[in-house]
Design a protein around this ligand. Structure first.
Ligand code: OSB
Ligand code: MG
Length: 367
């Protein structure tokens, strides 16, 4: 297929609720969306970079710049066979994986459309429904957190993940476990701890957490192996896994026992599948993380989550938890059993609402 056009736009969307992590509070999102055209089809990709470089070193403005000046020109007018051709096209550009992923994922979506098959099938998906969990941000008060958990457990979500940081950890876990002794419960520190905190973290074993996500430095999986040896609870790696090679090194080192796959963090579907396959080879389960995506990124996460080694409930949840109104129809919904049904129609399986996107677009550029 020849890529005939690439359209970039930035949309601004207020979040339905503020989302607080150990690295900051997000109240609204500035999001780079990509639309590509080829063979008479149009397909979309979403860049998951945040407004600030707080989760990783990428941010929406660097993603915009690198897409416009380096990546889109490498893809435009190229004759390619599928999404797997993208990593080689972009290889000369180091890093900028979230920017690369938005383009590559649009190519996968377009390939699924022209073949008339669901994106999930094209990626190698085998599961027809995916189990869902939720990620609950740090709240103004413990009482507010308890209310939130109550709501999500009642909605049927299968796993509750609590964002944590020093001062919002032991006491919170204690309180939550007292009220819900048996739910699948995990925490995500987004790199808020250091090796000196190992003793404190080891004491969390008493809370029977499913996992502790990225407790140490965002770019480390060496010292995570040291921490993993000192605790019973499984470490789940997020920020530090950039590709399949990192996954292999981390699992060989024993840095963690679960991997959170975010397609943007690893640079696109090709590399996400590589991470999935490495983990499967090690007998390590993966789950799909979220980055507060609109329906476009959410649909891509659902497709990816249908691969066979996505064995734990992920962070992909209903549109309404994030947005008053999403930019796809139907919106993503979760059943009372806490599952999302993987679409069986061609491509992403949710219609992009162009009029809504137009209404919230703040800048655009066509190449
Ligand atoms: O570490 O998983 C994370 C959101 C933004 C940045 C990082 C993370 C998160 C989440 C939310 O945990 C996941 C979601 O529901 O989209
Ligand atoms: Mg995380």
């Amino acid at each position: 297929m020849k890529i005939d056009a690439i359209h970039m736009r930035e949309v601004n969307m207020p979040l339905a609720f503020p989302f607080e992590t150990s690295f900051g509070v997000t109240t609204g999102r500035r999001i780079l969306l990509i639309e590509i055209e080829a063979e008479g089809f149009s397909a979309w990709g979403e860049c998951v970079a945040g407004e600030h470089p707080y989760f990783s070193d990428e941010m929406v403005d660097t993603a915009w710049h690198i897409t416009e000046t380096e990546l889109a020109p490498r893809l435009l007018n190229q004759e390619i066979s599928n999404g797997r051709d993208c990593p080689a096209l972009f290889e000369q550009v180091r890093g900028h994986r979230m920017a690369k992923a938005a383009l590559e994922n649009a190519v996968w979506e377009l390939d699924a459309l022209r073949q008339g098959i669901p994106l999930a099938k094209l990626l190698g998906g085998t599961q027809t429904t995916i189990p869902c969990g939720v990620s609950i941000g740090i709240q103004p008060t413990p009482e507010k957190l308890m209310e939130k958990i109550e709501t999500e457990v009642a909605a049927g979500y299968q796993r509750i993940k609590l964002k944590c940081k020093p001062g919002w950890d032991d006491k919170i876990f204690e309180m939550v476990r007292k009220r819900w002794p048996d739910i699948l419960l995990s925490c995500d520190a987004n790199s808020a701890y250091r090796l000196g905190d190992a003793e404190q973290i080891a004491a969390w074993d008493r809370f029977n957490l499913l996992m502790i996500e990225q407790p140490l430095w965002y770019d480390d999986f060496y010292f995570h192996a040291n921490l993993q040896k000192r605790i019973q609870t499984k470490i789940c790696l997020d920020e530090c896994i950039r590709n399949g090679r990192d996954a292999r090194a981390a699992l060989e080192l024993g840095s963690g026992k679960i991997i959170n796959i975010k397609v943007g963090r690893v640079g696109g579907f090709t590399e996400a599948i590589a991470v999935h396959d490495v983990a499967q080879e090690f007998g390590v389960p993966v789950w799909c993380g979220g980055m507060l995506e609109t329906g476009i990124g959410r649909a891509h996460n659902i497709a990816l989550s249908s691969l066979p080694n996505f064995l734990l409930p992920g962070d992909v949840s209903a549109s309404k938890r994030y947005w008053a109104q999403d930019i796809i129809e139907p919106e993503v919904t979760v059943s009372a059993k806490g599952e999302i049904t993987v679409p069986t129609t061609p491509g992403r399986g949710f219609e992009v609402q162009r009029d809504r996107i137009e209404a919230i677009t703040v800048r655009w550029r066509s190449l």
